[in-house]
Design a binder for this molecule. Structure first.
Ligand code: NDP
Length: 269
């Protein structure tokens, strides 16, 4: 994991668990690399003994520029996973599949029942979420953001499926939403709460939150109280790690209740 800083990352715990489970002679390390040293670090990744890397803030755009991105990384405009294919340094953005795989695990067939989606937020994670929804054929994605220009930028990036909408229109929008996703940092420990009333949502609606500290956000709690299906941020975090492990070590690892319990315990520390 390459970042600046990286000490709070849970990725070493996740990949360490899978390395032990698959009895691999490998290690997953944290590398704290300043922005000015990043390009040189990546240029010598293999010489340092690495088969690849996860990339976190503030290097995800630089990683994109220094590698051969797949469609997901290119569309999102950020790479968070690097690996070698022969001599080529390839990249992807695993938040896209983390988001959709987490929904698949919680609710197989979700894309058939969604209809319209509402995405709260228009930051980095919203780009991955919107692209995941487009990949899975969701035809209308309403994006609500405090700064309207950033929602407009998502429309410019991803096209007509994205509809920028003001917060004030949210209650009406929710009446026809099959999927509501919070990609803002609201509801996170230390942040203001997310000001939203879930009452207008239809009974079949699914609520997803990317925030995973706390594990059960006030949004997810309110959704469960209404008996709505939910997908939580920790699930996404675990599922986004799968692809990296697979491309580095050639084994597709599983997101098990045991792994979840391990990371939950760490988050509760
Ligand atoms: P960004 O900083 O790129 O975007 C933050 C978003 O939150 C913006 O849309 C911003 O609106 C909105 N926001 C922040 N504060 C407020 C506020 N007070 N009122 C209204 N809107 C606000 O962050 P990311 O997209 O990278 O991450 C967002 C969250 O998702 C974080 O909590 C992060 O931990 C989580 N996350 C979880 C992942 C997982 O695997 N579960 C993966 C990636 C992220 P504006 O544009 O107006 O500033």
């Amino acid at each position: 994991m390459v970042g600046w800083p990286v000490k709070h990352s849970r990725s070493p715990l996740i990949h360490g668990h899978w390395i032990a489970q698959h009895k691999l002679d490998a290690a997953y390390r944290r590398e704290e690399i300043a922005p000015e040293a990043f390009a040189d670090f990546i240029a010598h990744l293999a010489e340092r003994g690495y088969v690849g890397a996860n990339i976190t803030l503030p290097h995800k755009e630089a990683a994109l520029a220094l590698s051969e991105p797949d469609d997901r990384a290119r569309a999102v405009g950020a790479a968070n996973t690097l690996w070698y294919d022969g001599g080529r340094l390839c990249s992807t953005n695993t938040d896209v599949e983390g988001f959709t795989a987490n929904l698949d695990a919680a609710l197989p067939g979700w894309e058939q029942r969604v209809g319209e989606a509402v995405v709260l937020g228009a930051g980095g994670s919203a780009r991955a979420v919107v692209y995941g929804l487009i990949e899975r054929g969701v035809a209308k994605i309403n994006v609500v953001n405090r700064t309207p220009e950033r929602a407009e930028a998502l429309r410019a990036r991803f096209g007509q499926a994205v509809q920028p909408v003001h917060w004030a229109a949210l209650p009406h929008l929710l009446t026809r939403a099959g999927l509501l996703i919070n990609t803002t940092s609201l509801g996170m420990t230390g942040q203001p709460p997310l000001p939203i009333d879930l009452d207008p949502l239809p009974r079949h609606a699914v609520v997803a939150d990317l925030v995973y500290v706390p594990l059960e956000t006030p949004l997810l709690k309110a959704a469960r109280a209404r008996d709505l299906a939910v997908a939580d941020g920790l699930g996404m975090l675990l599922h986004q790690a799968v692809r990296g492990f697979q491309v580095w070590f050639g084994v597709r690892p599983e997101v098990t209740p045991q792994l979840r319990a391990l990371v939950e315990a760490d988050l509760l520390k």
